[in-house]
Design a binder for this molecule. Structure first.
Ligand code: C2E
Ligand code: CA
Ligand code: CA
Length: 531
């Protein structure tokens, strides 16, 4: 279209008629700003004015709502006034918007990605720092990490994994308040931003997310429930930053994970030190295997009937160069959460078999050694064959080995666990259920499990003195084990009266400080000789 120096239309082509939604004869000779008063002061208005005043070309792109179209207008000056060329740039614009969306969102779930998350957080932090922001209420960041998601992916395939992530994102959006914000910041990591909240409200919300997760997801025809670990960080007094908030929430999430998963933890300063220690431990563990710093101690087990030794439990120790002799509580969760988890199994089996052989050579007969395995160690591929292979290499009978597993490692995948236990039994390896009574203790699975011995948890033994009920539980467990054809051993037995009561209850054997503390290999051999 062309416009003269007094802003009257002098020319319009067909496309301009369509864009301006008016026929040519209705516009020619008329004043543009009187026909389109809404456009006064718009971007178009400014470039036309500018081109008319300076003679320089102008360019402006804008959304034009009546036609739901993006236009690019370019204005040129000439002797009679100005001419404007319009171009429909809707497709280009949508493409650019799509690119922007893709750069800031996660394609799988449609949630904002890490970049967008940091941006939104920075914005919220700046807003909270500005005057007039309500005090008392604050900003909370929740860092959510799905537990064992890698295993789910490995077991069921990536299609199922993707479906689960999408399902989780959908559930998150469904429970979020409108001005809250959710992002996917990594494979199985999500971040929520809660505004105007308090620590306890944020914690309550995190627990709601966890219970929501426990409801099974339908993915590719399977029903799978997830669990997660959630860390919470609250905005602190200025100066605080989005990155600092995120990293505090991340630290708290790690603490939640290491205190057993399916947990919520709020950040506090002590966690940072704990994290640094964990990192240092992780590094040290690498060295420890190479430098032979791990060793096994053996805690004797004796029959209650006559006090004769029936074997020992192998317990892991770490002779740390700076921190001295460490028990598993100081490092086991870090180790089991590292690539060394499976290496430990081979090391454990080889070391136990070497000791058995060395004792035998020096004339000490040890009937049986129990080893502790974590859930993942138990469910790792071909355990029975691996044990058999190592035992044969050391000329040790599989019947001299007893694998201790805990209830919670069984329930995570009861089918698989049952078949592993059956395979162990098949090749003559014994199995024990550790810490019995402290976990799920579901009778329905106990009946099906091929287990030789129930280890009565030390909490019942310890409670015995002051609790009638604990004593009833012990009798119950012993009766149950008998009817299922299992033996019983009580652990943590520290005094004679406990031993006597256990004997009365019909328990087969005991382990605990009363008999002996865990001993190093030589001391254990001496113990066996004396007995
Ligand atoms: P657990 O299997 O329940 O082992 C028994 C723990 O109770 C041992 O702690 C032992 O020293 C302690 N204990 C023994 N008698 C008594 C007593 O009379 N009173 C009290 N209060 N405690 C007693 P430890 O050696 O520190 O081991 C802790 C846990 O670490 C073990 O608990 C076991 O779950 C795990 N663990 C130990 N060695 C290994 C290993 O080689 N592999 C794996 N995966 N876990 C291990
Ligand atoms: Ca044990
Ligand atoms: Ca135990």
């Amino acid at each position: 279209m062309s416009i003269d120096r007094s802003w009257r239309f002098t020319y319009l082509n067909h496309t301009a008629e369509r864009y301006l939604q008016q026929e040519r004869q209705n516009l020619l000779g008329r004043h543009i700003w009187q026909c389109y008063p809404d456009l006064v002061d718009s971007g178009y208005y400014r470039i036309y004015q500018q081109t008319a005043a300076t003679g320089l070309p102008g360019r402006h792109t804008d959304y034009y709502a009546p036609l739901d179209t993006w236009f690019e207008a370019r204005s040129f000056a000439h002797d009679d006034g100005i001419t404007v060329l319009f171009r429909d740039v809707t497709r280009e614009h949508e493409h650019a918007a799509q690119l922007e969306f893709e750069a800031s969102h996660d394609y799988l779930t449609g949630l904002p990605n890490r970049r967008k998350c940091v941006e939104a957080l920075s914005h919220a932090v700046a807003e909270a720092a500005s005057p007039g922001f309500t005090h008392g209420a604050s900003l909370a960041v929740l860092f959510i990490d799905l537990d064992h998601f890698k295993e789910v992916n490995d077991a069921f395939g990536h299609a199922v994994g993707d479906e689960l992530l999408r399902g989780f994102a959908k559930r998150l959006l469904a429970i979020l308040k409108p001005d809250f914000f959710a992002a996917r910041v990594g494979g199985d990591e999500f971040v929520l931003l809660l505004r105007d909240t308090t620590e306890s409200a944020a914690e309550a919300f995190a627990h709601a997310v966890l219970s929501d997760l426990a409801i099974p997801f339908e993915a590719c025809g399977r029903s799978i429930s997830l669990s997660a670990s959630i860390g919470i960080a609250l905005l602190e007094e200025a100066p605080d930053s989005a990155e600092a908030l995120l990293s505090r929430a991340d630290t708290a999430m790690y603490a939640a994970k290491s205190s057993g998963r399916f947990q919520v933890r709020a950040y506090d300063g002590a966690l940072d030190r704990g994290m640094r220690d964990r990192l240092a431990l992780r590094m040290d563990i690498r060295e420890a295997f190479a430098a032979n710093q791990f060793e096994l101690h053996f805690q004797p087990q004796v029959a209650l009937a006559d006090g004769s030794p029936i074997g020992a439990e192998a317990l892991l120790r770490w002779r740390h160069p700076e921190r001295g002799l460490l028990t598993p509580y100081a490092f086991l969760d870090v180790l089991l959460d590292s690539p060394y988890e499976s290496i430990l199994v081979e090391w454990l089996l080889n070391t136990v078999c070497q000791h058995i052989r060395a004792w035998r050579r020096s004339g000490v007969f040890v009937p049986r050694i129990s080893l502790n395995l974590s859930a993942r160690q138990l469910l790792g591929a071909g355990l029975a064959d691996r044990i058999l292979h190592i035992a044969r290499a050391h000329d040790v009978s599989p019947a001299m080995l007893d694998i201790e597993v805990t209830e919670d490692s069984l329930v995570s995948d009861i089918e698989q666990a049952t078949s592993v236990l059956a395979a162990l039994k098949q090749v003559g390896i014994f199995t024990s259920l550790d810490d019995f009574g402290s976990g799920y203790s579901s009778l329905s699975y106990l009946v099906r499990l091929p287990i030789d011995t129930l280890k009565i948890d030390k909490s019942f033994v310890r409670a015995r003195v002051d609790s009638e009920k604990a004593s009833a539980v012990i009798r119950g467990i012993v009766g149950l084990a008998r009817s299922l054809g299992m033996k019983t051993i009580a652990e943590g037995v520290e005094c004679q009266s406990q031993a006597e009561e256990l004997k009365d209850a019909g328990c087969d054997s005991i382990q605990g400080y009363l008999v002996s503390r865990p001993l190093d290999s030589e001391a254990f051999a001496e113990f066996m000789l004396r007995r």
